[in-house]
Design a protein around this ligand. Sequence first.
Ligand SMILES: [Zn+2]
Length: 219
Amino acid sequence: MASGGKSAFYLRKGLRELSRHNPSRALAFIRQAVEQIPPSCEQELSKALYWLSIALLRLDQRDLAVKSLANAQKLRHQSFARKFYVRHVNQYGMIKRPTAELDDLYAFTSIQLSSYLIKRLSHRFGSEVEHSTVLKLILEAWKQLSKSEEFSSLECGEKLLLFKKIKIDFPIFGAYSTTLRFRDRQDMAYSRNSVSACSCGSGLSYTQCCGRVRSISEL
Ligand SMILES: [Zn+2]
């Protein structure tokens, strides 16, 4: 079978599993479809990535679903994937939460967790104690930050700059890797382009597009 035929075959199987309420089987087939599609077939790839995000949403893997959806709509700006993405993400390019305060909290937590885990071996917590200690410190920092009066008046890009600037003094757990600091360039982009249109030409704001907040499952 040619690659196009194979991917269409897997996508059909995946969609059938979705309609039978078997999202995990569907996910496996749709992943195979995505892998078969060459990057040059943008329309086909966008469609498969869109269905991948639907399977991930059904499995409640929201962070990965958003990543897939973000990629799907990037390939085709005039697609259903774009409409679906814009409807479901907040200004940080993350899944919308019930309140704006929760949107802020999830963005802050993701940024802090990522900057902690990026320094850890294999980007994972070594123990449950480490995990809960780090989370507790992040939430304490959040409480202080969110009750300050100036905070509520900031716009999204300014909040993001602040979230990245805040360095929490975490205790040291075990060995650290030394791969560090690829974020500095992105920080610069936030300050200039946060609400203006993304430079990639997508028509979305920078923070919803190339500068969206990535969750730790994307590390
Ligand atoms: Zn972009």
